[in-house]
Design a protein around this ligand. Structure first.
Ligand code: CUA
Length: 312
């Protein structure tokens, strides 16, 4: 069926099963009721001005039938959905944990071996994973339509969900809880790799590797990182103010800071802003930028700066 997203996790077929069961029952009753309604409207229509409605006292067998049959159907739906729900809430023992942190307005994924990625979730095909999730600030929600999973992330407590990705490919991860200005841009890519490709990614030396594609010029890499690491959620390219200062013309611009100082934005300033954003907050902007320490390598930062230089 094309009107629902591709089924790309082990849970998708089960969730769709519940959906189809309920849809099918609804369709059957819709048709049954509509046909009877039309049929009776014609059969028992008023034929003349002195046509009188007979006195109807009701029928016990009929009452029993239309009480018992829907009750049985509801119990069937409940049991079926409960079995699926229980399965969805019970991660298998061999599921690998991935820590998910949602914050305004990026997704951060921390893997067991110390790898960390931003706005890109790397998964191994046919390997069950458990997302251990928390939020830094407000409620966010982890939603991957193709996996049929959705779960809120809350500040101050952990929530979890699990699934097994069964198809190699790239899928969209959306934040499904309104969380502020950058909500609509709080998206990530879920990249499901074949077991062989995943092993190569997993054993890559660099944290966050997988986005730094070889063969790109620094400017191309910078542009890629700008989109993939979530810079674009807060920093525009055309001068409009989204959450943080626009990147348009940023290099060489004189900035005023909340502590009253001011200086010209140069390479060192950009680097410090990426690694220690709270150390110098531009006047008029909220101190909400997360640190990219351990996420962006020195080469990545250089590439971003190279890219910013093209925006003047
Ligand atoms: Cu995070 Cu909406």
């Amino acid at each position: 069926m094309t009107w629902i997203p591709e089924a790309a996790s082990n849970l998708a077929g089960k969730v769709d099963g519940v959906l189809w069961l309920i849809t099918l029952m609804s369709a059957v009753f819709f048709v049954l009721i509509t046909v009877l309604l039309v049929y009776f409207s014609i059969k028992y229509r008023r034929r003349s001005d002195d046509d009188e409605t007979p006195y109807i006292t009701g029928s016990e067998p009929l009452e029993i039938i239309w009480t018992v049959i829907p009750s049985i159907l509801l119990i069937v739906i409940f049991i079926y959905a409960y079995v699926v729900y229980k399965d969805m809430r019970t991660p298998p023992k061999d599921a690998v944990d991935i820590n998910v942190l949602g914050k305004q307005w990026v997704w951060e994924f921390n893997y067991y071996n110390g790898k960390k990625t931003l706005n890109e979730l790397y998964l191994k095909q046919n390997a069950p994973v458990r997302m251990v999730m928390r939020a830094d600030d407000v409620i966010h929600s982890f939603f991957v339509p193709q996996f049929r999973v959705k779960q809120d992330l809350l500040p101050g407590r952990y929530t979890q969900l699990w699934f097994t990705p069964i198809k190699v490919g790239t899928f969209d991860l959306f934040c499904a809880e309104y969380c502020g200005t950058g909500h609509s841009k709080m998206r990530a890519k879920v990249i499901v790799l074949s077991p062989e490709a995943y092993d190569i990614w997993e054993n890559g030396a660099q944290a966050g590797e997988g986005s730094a594609v070889a063969g790109l010029t620094p400017v191309e890499l910078g542009e890629k990182l700008y989109k993939e690491k979530g810079c674009n959620a807060c920093h525009s390219l055309d001068g409009t103010v989204v959450v943080g200062p626009s990147f348009k013309g940023i290099i060489g611009r004189s900035e005023e800071f909340t502590d009253g100082s001011s200086h010209t934005a140069d390479e060192n300033y950009i680097r410090q802003s990426i690694l220690e954003p709270q150390s110098q907050v531009v006047k008029g902007f909220p101190p909400v930028m997360p640190s990219f320490k351990g996420i962006l390598s020195d080469d990545d930062i250089s590439a971003l700066i190279a890219y910013m230089k093209t925006l003047n």
